[in-house]
Design a protein around this ligand. Structure first.
Ligand SMILES: Nc1ncnc2c1ncn2[C@@H]1O[C@H](COP(=O)(O)OP(=O)(O)O)[C@@H](O)[C@H]1O
Ligand SMILES: [Mg+2]
Length: 316
C-alpha cells in the first residue's frame, strides 16, 4: 500500500475548513472527539466511517450549524458558520419531516424557503422531479404517518436534493432502505454529483457504499477522544459502477483496508491514546493520506477519482 504525507497547514482557501474541533458533553468526561481538523474542496465527495458513538453525527451537525463545538470552528467559503443555512442540505438518520404536511408539501416547503420568488407551479414542478427521483411517484399526497420508514427517508433525501445546496450533509441516509431502493438512489446520487460537482459529506457504515460514491474516506478512531485516523484516497476510476467495480482488484484492496480498520485498528488506535489525562490534547499531527487501492511500490498517487481541484487536506 502506498502512503503519502500531506503537509497541508492552511485551509484558508478551501471550500470548507474544519479547524481543531473538540466536543465535550460533560466537563467530568473526556471529549467525544478532539482536535479534529480537515478541509473539503468544492466537488469532493467525502465519506466518514467509524464505529457508533465516535462522534460522526456530532461533526455533521456542527457542519450543519445545528450544534456548537466545545472548541474549534468551521469555515465555509471563508466565513465562519454561525447556524443552519440553505447552502447546506441535511439528511438525518431519522427523517425529521413535518408530520402535518404531505410528501409534496414537505418538499414544497423547503423549495419555497430556498427560492422565495418562485411561483407555486415552479415549486411544484421542481419538487416533482425529486419526488420521482427517489421513487415516490404516487405517494405525493400522503402524510409521513402513512409512509414506511424507508419512504420517509426518501422524502428527506428528495427534500435535501431539491434545495440544491452547495453542500449535502448526509447522515447514514440509506441505512433504512431496502437494498434495491438503496442501489437506485446511490446510482442517482452518483449521477447528480458527477454532473453537478456537488460537494458531499456523508456518514455511512456501508464500506461498499463508501467505495462506490466517495473520492475520499475519512476513518475515525473509536471514542472517547476520537480523531480522524487516516484518509483513504479512493483510486478506483471515476466511471465506476456498482455492478462492475468489484472486477477491479483495487476494490478488494480498499475494501479489506476499510474492514480491517473497523474490526481491528480503530480500537487499537483508540486504546493507544486512551491513557492520557482528561485535560490532555491530542498532539498536533498530520493525518495520513493513504492509497490502499494501489499496489505496493506504486509510488505516484494517481489522479483522484472525481477531479475537483486540490485534494482534501487534513491538518489534524
Ligand atoms: N446531546 C447529547 N448529550 C450527551 N451526549 C451526547 C449527546 N449527543 C451525543 N452524545 C454522545 O456523544 C457520542 C457521539 O455521538 P454521535 O455523534 O451521535 O456518534 P455517531 O454518530 O458516531 O454514532 C456518543 O457517545 C453519544 O452518546
Ligand atoms: Mg450517528
Amino acid at each position: 500500500m502506498s502512503t503519502k504525507s500531506n503537509a497541508q497547514t492552511s485551509g484558508a482557501t478551501s471550500f470548507v475548513s474544519v479547524e481543531g474541533l473538540t466536543k465535550r458533553y460533560r466537563d467530568d468526561l473526556p471529549p467525544v472527539f478532539e482536535n479534529v481538523s480537515f478541509t473539503i474542496e468544492q466537488g469532493e465527495f467525502i465519506c466518514v466511517i467509524g464505529h457508533s458513538g465516535c462522534g460522526k453525527s456530532t461533526i455533521l451537525n456542527v457542519l450543519a450549524g445545528l450544534e456548537q463545538p466545545s472548541e474549534g470552528h468551521v469555515i465555509v467559503r471563508n466565513r465562519e458558520i454561525s447556524g443552519p443555512g440553505l447552502d447546506r442540505g441535511v439528511v438525518f438518520q431519522n427523517h425529521a419531516l413535518l408530520p402535518w404536511m404531505t410528501v409534496e408539501g414537505n418538499i414544497a416547503f423547503a423549495v419555497r424557503s430556498r427560492y422565495p420568488d418562485w411561483t407555486r407551479e415552479q415549486i411544484a414542478v421542481h419538487g416533482k422531479r425529486f419526488i420521482e427521483m427517489v421513487g415516490l411517484k404516487g405517494a405525493e399526497k400522503k402524510k409521513p404517518s402513512e409512509l414506511s420508514g424507508g419512504m420517509k427517508q426518501r422524502v428527506g433525501i428528495a427534500r435535501a436534493f431539491a434545495i440544491e445546496p452547495r453542500m449535502l450533509l448526509l447522515d447514514e441516509p440509506f441505512g433504512a432502505l431496502d437494498a434495491l431502493t438503496r442501489g437506485v438512489i446511490q446510482d442517482e446520487l452518483l449521477k447528480i454529483c458527477t454532473a453537478t460537482q456537488q460537494t458531499v459529506f456523508m456518514i455511512t457504515h456501508d464500506v461498499d457504499e463508501a467505495i462506490l460514491l466517495s473520492n475520499k474516506i475519512m476513518l475515525m478512531s473509536n471514542g472517547p477522544r476520537a480523531r480522524i485516523a487516516e484518509i483513504v484516497v479512493n483510486t478506483l476510476p471515476a466511471n465506476r459502477q456498482r455492478e462492475t467495480m468489484h472486477h477491479d482488484p483495487q476494490f478488494y484492496r480498499i475494501r479489506n483496508y476499510l474492514v480491517d480498520f473497523l474490526v481491528r485498528r480503530s480500537r487499537e488506535l483508540s486504546a493507544s491514546h486512551g491513557d492520557r489525562p482528561d485535560t490532555g490534547r491530542v498532539p498536533a499531527a498530520t493525518t495520513r493520506l493513504v492509497y490502499p487501492g494501489l499496489d505496493d511500490g506504486a509510488a505516484a498517487p494517481v489522479a483522484i477519482a472525481r477531479p475537483a481541484g486540490p485534494n482534501l487536506k487534513a491538518i489534524a
